[in-house]
Design a protein around this ligand. Sequence first.
Ligand SMILES: Nc1nc2c(ncn2[C@@H]2O[C@H](COP(=O)(O)OP(=O)(O)OP(=O)(O)O)[C@@H](O)[C@H]2O)c(=O)[nH]1
Ligand SMILES: [Mg+2]
Length: 166
Amino acid sequence: MGIVFTRLFSSVFGNREARILVLGLDNAGKTTILYRLQMGEVVSTIPSGFPAPDSLIFFLPFAIGFNVETVQYNNIKFQVWDLGAFAYWLLAFNWQEDELKGAVVLVYANKQDLPGALDDAAITESLELHKIKSRQWAIFKTSAIKGEGLFEGLDWLSNALKSKSS
Ligand SMILES: Nc1nc2c(ncn2[C@@H]2O[C@H](COP(=O)(O)OP(=O)(O)OP(=O)(O)O)[C@@H](O)[C@H]2O)c(=O)[nH]1
Ligand SMILES: [Mg+2]
């Protein structure tokens, strides 16, 4: 189980800053997706000033042995946090957590090119997405290998964030 915690500075979001929390099983394709989105070279680094102190307290018990990567592409700067098994705990119990208040949820259902890939209904059930009442969410079927569905998901995310703030 992996978790990716990112901060995004991007014209995609109208020059606003958005923090993005990305969750994914081991081997789900998170790193492949980052490369597919052409974020450029992945460089291991220690981030400064992030997460905010309240977030740090929230994450500290789970942050032992985590990896941090910074990915840069033009004016986009991702800080990528891999915090291990915390992701499942967050998914299973904490959709309503204050830290995530106001967040929108984008699900990349990756590896759709493989036989047996889950459909929307199965994904909704397994991630208990139907329990999410207070935020926008959407599932996008993707193949990071083929480069399918990724930007459609980002477009949705961009619009969801814009409509939330307007
Ligand atoms: N067939 C197929 N394979 C994929 C796809 N996306 C990723 N993979 C493969 O799945 C494997 C794992 O991909 P990663 O991007 O390393 O997965 P990850 O989520 O970063 O994995 P961890 O960092 O270990 O949690 C690699 O061999 C990828 O080539 C996809 O859409 N289709
Ligand atoms: Mg990875």
